[in-house]
Design a protein around this ligand. Structure first.
Ligand code: PMP
Length: 416
C-alpha cells in the first residue's frame, strides 16, 4: 500500500461533529490526540440511546430495563476482550481508565505480593501514572524501583534492561507507546525476558490501543491497562486485562456493593473476578460508549488506521524537522503517531498559544513524563499527536502555524 495515498484516503473527519467547529474563525486541526481523542457520532449516539432507552442499574434488577442494561454492560466487556484478544471476558475489569487500572494492580497484587528487597522495573519513558502508584507501593512494602534508561533517540537501552532485570525483579511495568516521544517498545520481547527472570509484566497501553492491533496473548503480558477516551470512547471508562490465574489470586481493592458474595458483620466473602474488582455502580453508559468506539475502529481496521497515521507522522516529521530552528525530541526507529519538538527561542507554551490562534490544537509541557524531560534536560516539548481523522491539511496547518510563530518571534530561517 502506498502510505501517502492512504493518508488521503481515510477521510473520516465527517464522523466527528466537533471537528466541524471553527476555532478562532479557523478550520480546526486537532492534534492533541495523545491527551484525548474526539468522539464519533456512533459513540455519542450509543451513550445517548442508552440513557434514553435502556438506563437502569445492572445486576440488581429483575425488571426489563435492568436486564437490558446488564446485557449491554456484558456485551461491552466482550468487546474489550475482542479488542485485546484476551482468552475470556472474565479477564477484563472495567476501570475509570489507565490510571485506575494501574493503581488497582499496585494496591491489590502489589500489596499482597511485594516485600522489602523486591524490585519493580520501570523505564525512563513512563507516564506519571505508571510511576507514582509504584512509588506509593514501595513506601508501603519496602520494595524499590529501578529504571531502564533511554538513548538520545528515545529508545530503551536494551543492554541496561538485561542488566537491571534480576532475581529481585518481581514486576516489569512498561508503556507500549511513549506518550511524550511516540517510541514503540518491543513489549513481547521484553515480556518474554521478564518472564524468564521470574517477573510478571504490566503494559500501559494508553497510547497503543488506538494506533495498532493489540493482542495480549501474543504479547504474553500479565496485565494490560488502557483508557477508552484515547480510543474515541468516553472519558471515565477504561479497562484492565489481567491473566485469569493472577486475578483469581488477588485480594479485593475497593469494597462495596457488587464485589461481594456474602456480607456479615463477622466478615465478608468476595465475588470472583472481574466483579471482585468492580465495587459500586460502574460507568455503565461509559462502557456502552466504549463498546461503540471499539466497533467503530474495528470496522475501519486498526491496520488501516496505523498505516494512515504512519503516513501522517512521516510527512509531519519531514516537514517540521526541516524547519530551521526546530529540534525533534524522540527519533526512535519505531514510532507511533506522536511528534514532539522544540522551536528555538519560543517556549513550548507560547508556541501552543500561537498555534491555537491558527486553529491548531497541540499540547505543550512535560506530558506527565517529568523524569523523561529531565533525562533530555528540557522542561517540556510541543507535541502534535495524530488520529484517524487527521489529514495532510492538518500537517500543513501545523507547519504554517510554526512559521507564523517564528515570524512573530523574528526567528524564521534562523538556527540556534
Ligand atoms: N499512560 C500513558 C502512556 C498515557 O498517555 C496516559 C494519558 N496521557 C495515561 C497513562 C493515563 O491515562 P488516563 O489519564 O486516561 O488514566
Amino acid at each position: 500500500m502506498n502510505a501517502r495515498t492512504d493518508a488521503r484516503q481515510l477521510a473520516l473527519a465527517g464522523d466527528f461533529p466537533i471537528l466541524a467547529r471553527p476555532i478562532h474563525g479557523r478550520r480546526l486541526a486537532y492534534l492533541d490526540n495523545g491527551a484525548t481523542t474526539q468522539k464519533p457520532d456512533a459513540v455519542i449516539e450509543a451513550e445517548r440511546r442508552f440513557y434514553r432507552e435502556s438506563n437502569a442499574n445492572i445486576h440488581r434488577g429483575v425488571h426489563r430495563l435492568s436486564q437490558e442494561a446488564t446485557e449491554l454492560y456484558d456485551v461491552a466487556r466482550e468487546s474489550v476482550r475482542r479488542l485485546l484478544n484476551a482468552r475470556a471476558a472474565e479477564e477484563i475489569v472495567f476501570t475509570r481508565g489507565t490510571t485506575e487500572a494501574i493503581n488497582l494492580v499496585a494496591a491489590s497484587w502489589g500489596r499482597a505480593n511485594l516485600k522489602a528487597g523486591d524490585e519493580i522495573l520501570l523505564t525512563a519513558l513512563e507516564h506519571h501514572s505508571n510511576i507514582v502508584p509504584w512509588q506509593l507501593l514501595c513506601e508501603q512494602t519496602g520494595a524499590t524501583i529501578r529504571v531502564v534508561p533511554v538513548s538520545d533517540a528515545g529508545e530503551l537501552e536494551l543492554a541496561a534492561f538485561e542488566q537491571l532485570l534480576g532475581e529481585r525483579t518481581r514486576l516489569l511495568a512498561i508503556t507500549q507507546v511513549s506518550n511524550a516521544l511516540g517510541t514503540i517498545n518491543p513489549v513481547a520481547e521484553l515480556t518474554a525476558k521478564a518472564h524468564a527472570a521470574g517477573a510478571i509484566v504490566l503494559i500501559d497501553g494508553a497510547q497503543a490501543v488506538a494506533h495498532q492491533t493489540v493482542d495480549v496473548q501474543a504479547i504474553g503480558c500479565d496485565f494490560y491497562a488502557f483508557s477508552g477516551h484515547k480510543l474515541y470512547g468516553p472519558t471515565g471508562i477504561g479497562a484492565l486485562y489481567g491473566r485469569a490465574e493472577l486475578l483469581a489470586a488477588m485480594p479485593p481493592w475497593q469494597g462495596g456493593g457488587d464485589m461481594i458474595r456474602t456480607v456479615a458483620f463477622e466478615g465478608s466473602s468476595f465475588a470472583e473476578p472481574p466483579q471482585r474488582f468492580e465495587a459500586g455502580t460502574p460507568n455503565i453508559a461509559g462502557a456502552v460508549g466504549l463498546a461503540a468506539a471499539i466497533d467503530y475502529v474495528q470496522a475501519i481496521g486498526l491496520e488501516r488506521i496505523a498505516a494512515h497515521e504512519h503516513a501522517l507522522l512521516e510527512r509531519a516529521t519531514a516537514a517540521v524537522g526541516d524547519i530551521p530552528g526546530v529540534r525533534l525530541i524522540g527519533t526512535a526507529r519505531h514510532k507511533a503517531s506522536i511528534l514532539s519538538f522544540l522551536v528555538d527561542r519560543i517556549h513550548p507554551h507560547d508556541l501552543g498559544t500561537i498555534l491555537d490562534a491558527e486553529g491548531v490544537a497541540i499540547r505543550a509541557g512535560h506530558h506527565c513524563a517529568m523524569p523523561l524531560m529531565t533525562r533530555f534536560g528540557i522542561p517540556g516539548t510541543a507535541r502534535a499527536s495524530f488520529a484517524l481523522y487527521n489529514d495532510e491539511a492538518d500537517v500543513d496547518a501545523l507547519v504554517a502555524a510554526i512559521h507564523k510563530g517564528q515570524d512573530l518571534f523574528g526567528t524564521r530561517g534562523t538556527t540556534r
